[in-house]
Design a protein. Structure first.
Length: 656
């Protein structure tokens, strides 16, 4: 652990939680998953994963389940060939399920579209024909920055169908962030929209993607979906309307089979340095684990369930549990475009009631927001269709878990707390519904086929009751295959910490309880988790110091009752800014939004004259976190100048 590290004190209460919720006999009797799977996977891991891969339709079967000879570069289902989009779309139509609803799309202003699997096949085929007509070839990269529109899903699947590698960039990222992602991947095409509906109003999108593409030489075309109908800037020759290019295409397209290790997508995520990492995922192993986990962890019954994952497709949760997992399993799902409080705070519950949602998968930050809005809001709706709830993105505190169970789940249905990462591609640690006795706040056990452990500094597993670093001890099918264009960083980030043991280092702290169940404790590196969004402290610091009036900046993630963590920045200004300090702070917040995106806007910026540093010049974020969280300042003996903390606290006019 570095000097800056240390787990969030708010999570300490996890160790005292002792309530247990066994599955109901009724649920257990119909569950997809079985306790036997743990034994099967332990007895023969490869055979277990081979069985899971049979969930997919392969054009050519693999000859070897996993090749780990060139670790940490894995190959899964060696020699196998498949088309990911065929698996998510066509095969269901061929099986006679063309009339099944794939997506009940709900627009924020109240419009809606019902998309059957046959519709999906036609729309994805048209989009694939259009991308082929634009001259894109297998292996080329396509950037997508779009709101939650059906066309975003068609675009991803059209890429998969043609072997193009998509890089979806969350809509909340700034032009600067989009540009660096386009440049890093050398994307040839950007797919976007004219605008989006956000909090009840049309908001611009094309203006900001134009700012990004003003200096991206690799981009040849920008394909624009019309959503709001707003007037938008247009570059003749480069910009193309989706309805001009896609609508006229034939609605059939023959998919080609690609190697199991053919790249499927890149998804950028924050690391401990300023530069985001392009996490690379491939086809066969990724889709196998996406389909398996979506079936087992959500207990999906494709004939009767209505599934809803509230994530945005700009994040890994949207990739795996809106697009690839559910569609590979032939699920019927709800996809919602907008914000949860538009036009009112009961919007999600209204959608659950209206569409008869049976499985609801969301993030703790939203659950805590619902708690704040009040239990009378879900109580006003009929939520009896629900039969399973899921949580992802950050540790769920026991109180939020209990509230979720009681006020949304009617005190009767299972909750699965699912731990995983952009890098893991799919769920890794989670209760199995109908099998596991659930403990509020614990992700509990690695799934059958997954091997995780909590180890000490030396890589030795800690005993029951002990805490340490979470590691993954065996390769898994949906594991990242690298960081785009940076092999060294891949080795260094994930595989160097426990190189002798060959473990993957996740960056999370965790502990075992007396039964050996796993409790996640949050990141132990300099990555913050704000409303389930991963943002690095260094990234925000770089954005702050890129402003001419900032001499130095230090950023910490402070515990926040709603968002998990909130970003608190300490800045030393270069010279006395003109105007009020409030104006300077507000300008800096806007500057961060411009550099990274609104999601990275600090909750608070504190102007200070000094920063606490060790003798070797490292900023002691631990001490800054004490200030940000209003705590007694901890041990300052390693400070180069022990008077600094007094200087900082005395000088704070805008104390937290
Ligand atoms: O710290 C863990 C936290 O989210 C990180 C991964 O973030 P990201 O790649 O953006 O993926 C989020 C969605 C999969 C992890 O390193 N995290 C995710 N799920 C949980 C969690 N922490 C505790 N409990 C979880 N269920």
């Amino acid at each position: 652990m570095t000097e800056q590290s240390g787990q969030s004190p708010a999570l300490d209460n996890l160790s005292t939680e002792s309530r247990v919720f066994p599955p109901s006999a009724e649920f257990a009797a119909q569950a997809n998953a079985s306790a036997q799977w743990y034994d099967d996977a332990d007895a023969d891991r490869d055979a277990f994963w081979a069985t899971q891969a049979e969930r997919l339709t392969w054009a050519n079967k693999w000859s070897r389940v996993v090749d780990w000879d060139d670790a940490p570069f894995a190959k899964w289902f060696v020699g196998g060939e498949l088309n990911v989009a065929y698996n998510c779309v066509d095969r269901h139509v061929e099986a006679g399920l063309g009339d099944r609803v794939a997506i009940n799309w709900v627009g924020e202003p109240g419009d809606s579209v019902t998309i059957t699997y046959a519709d999906l096949q036609r729309n994805v085929s048209k989009a694939a024909n259009a991308l082929a007509e634009l001259g894109l070839n297998a292996g080329d990269r396509v950037a997508i920055q779009m709101p939650m529109l059906p066309e975003a899903i068609y675009s991803m699947l059209a890429c998969a169908r043609l072997g193009l590698v998509h890089s979806v960039v969350f809509g909340g990222f700034s032009p600067t962030a989009l540009r660096s992602r386009i440049d890093d991947a050398q994307a040839r095409l950007l797919i976007t929209s004219d605008g989006q509906y956000r909090r009840g109003k049309p908001a611009p999108m094309k203006e900001s993607t134009d700012e990004a593409t003003a200096e991206t030489p690799s981009i040849e075309h920008v394909l624009v979906v019309r959503r709001t109908g707003a007037e938008i800037p247009w570059t003749e020759g480069r910009d193309l309307w989706w309805h001009d290019v896609v609508d006229k295409q034939p609605d059939t397209h023959t998919p080609e089979a690609f190697d199991a290790e053919h790249p499927l997508f890149i998804l950028y995520t924050s690391g401990t340095t300023g530069k985001p990492k392009g996490i690379l995922h491939t086809s066969g192993g990724y889709l196998t684990q996406a389909a398996y986990t979506h079936n087992a962890v959500f207990d999906l019954k494709p004939e009767t369930d209505v599934y809803w994952c509230t994530a945005d497709i700009g994040w890994i949760t949207g990739h795996t549990y809106i697009v690839y997992g559910p569609l590979a399993n032939g699920a019927t799902q709800v996809v919602y475009e907008g914000t949860p409080n538009t036009p009112h705070e009961g919007r999600h519950f209204e959608i659950i009631q209206q569409h008869g949602v049976t499985i609801y998968y969301t993030a703790p930050t939203l659950i805590r927001t619902f708690m704040k809005w009040g239990e009378q809001i879900p109580a006003g709706y009929d939520l009896s269709s629900l039969r399973l709830l899921g949580s992802v993105g950050e540790p769920i505190n026991p109180e939020a878990w209990i509230w979720y169970r009681k006020h949304i789940g009617g005190d009767r249905i299972p909750i699965v707390d699912t731990w995983w990462q952009t890098e893991t591609g799919a769920i890794m640690i989670s209760p199995l519904p109908g099998v596991t006795e659930a403990k509020p706040g614990s992700a509990q056990r690695p799934l059958p086929g997954i091997s995780a452990a909590i180890v000490d500094e030396a890589g030795k597993e800690v005993p029951a009751g002990g805490g340490g670093y979470l590691v993954l001890t065996q390769p898994w099918p949906s594991m990242l295959r690298g960081i785009w264009g940076d092999e060294e960083r891949f080795r260094e980030t994930y595989w160097s910490r426990f190189a002798d043991e060959g473990f993957y280092f996740a960056g999370d702290g965790a502990k075992y309880d007396a039964d050996g169940d796993i409790w996640l404790l949050g990141r132990i590196d300099d990555v913050m988790n704000v409303s389930g969004h991963r943002i690095s402290t260094t990234e925000v610091e770089s954005a702050l110091v890129s402003h001419p009036s900032v001499a130095e900046a230090a950023v910490v993630g402070a515990t926040d009752a709603t968002t998990g963590q909130g970003i608190v920045a300490f800045v030393i200004l270069r010279n006395r800014p003109e105007g009020t300090p409030e104006a300077a702070v507000s300008e800096l917040r806007d500057h961060v939004a411009k550099e990274i995106g609104p999601i990275a806007k600090p909750r608070q910026i504190l102007v200070v004259t000094e920063l606490p540093k060790t003798r070797s010049g490292k900023i002691m974020r631990r001490l800054l976190r004490d200030i940000a969280e209003n705590r007694e300042i901890g041990d300052t003996t390693t400070l180069a100048d022990s008077a600094v903390m007094n200087l900082i606290t005395e000088g704070l006019s805008n104390k937290p």
